[in-house]
Design a protein around this ligand. Structure first.
Ligand code: DC
Length: 225
């Protein structure tokens, strides 16, 4: 069987990881969550009292970092110097640290080999901002989610409200717009579709419809029979 490679990208809160997980299940391939790698590096810096925005200090500290990925039943485990840190990297503080270290070229170079190794194995779907351009330029299908800021803010607001978090839709919308602007204009790995990516607007679709449409687009591309 052909070992397909699928690249998925899009702005924050576009539902990338949910879609990637569902597609991996449907296509019996592995979902490589590359954001977890940047989060593990961010966690290391925070733990060692290194300011994640300090490119020089972060670069110097990379010598002490070993990040590995392991898979069991399609579920990814991220190891930081041998420790499973999956339960520690989803906090707001580590999200900020991950975002900061991901803008440092030495960190991107440091995580490149590991990601390329995963691509070599094939049978993968990977998400992240440079997946379709740097990590997997030869992907069989590249999808770029483009839900409107309003649709994404509404999803995020519903998600937070369901969790009992008191928040306003207007505030989430303005944060979403600000993050889009920062993500698209940054110099290092800006949020930008690969030239051969299929733009996929899922603003009006729920998750089941999004998965069905993504599978149709992948099949149309001839990436999977
Ligand atoms: O997808 P996520 O929120 O777990 O990603 C964590 C951070 O890493 C986020 O700021 C985006 C960044 N990132 C990146 O720059 N390149 C990737 N391939 C994946 C994530």
């Amino acid at each position: 069987m052909k070992k397909i490679k699928i690249a998925l990208d899009g702005p924050s809160s576009s539902g990338k990881s949910t879609l990637a997980r569902a597609l991996a299940r449907e296509l019996s391939i592995i979902y490589v969550d590359t954001g977890a790698l940047y989060r593990a590096v961010g966690l290391y810096m925070v733990r060692h009292g290194i300011e994640p925005k300090d490119a020089e200090a972060v670069t110097a500290a990379l010598g002490g970092v070993k990040v590995e990925l392991a898979y069991a039943d399609g579920v990814q485990t991220v190891l930081l110097n041998g420790e499973d840190v999956g339960g520690l990297i989803r906090t707001p503080a580590i999200s900020m640290a991950a975002s900061a270290v991901s803008a440092i070229p030495a960190v991107r170079a440091f995580l490149l080999g590991l990601q390329k190794d995963m691509v070599e194995r094939g049978g993968v779907i990977m998400d992240g901002r440079d997946i379709g351009t740097v990590i997997m330029p030869d992907a069989d299908a590249k999808l770029f989610l483009v839900a409107s800021a309003e649709a994404r803010a509404k999803r995020r607001w519903l998600e937070m409200t369901a969790k009992g978090v008191d928040c306003s839709y207007e505030q989430i919308l303005s944060e979403t717009v600000a993050r889009d602007e920062a993500d698209s204009s940054r110099d290092i790995a800006p949020l930008k579709p690969a030239e051969d990516a299929i733009l996929f607007d899922n603003s009006a679709l729920n998750i089941e419809e999004t998965v069905a449409e993504a599978l149709r687009l992948i099949r149309e591309k001839g990436a999977h029979e």
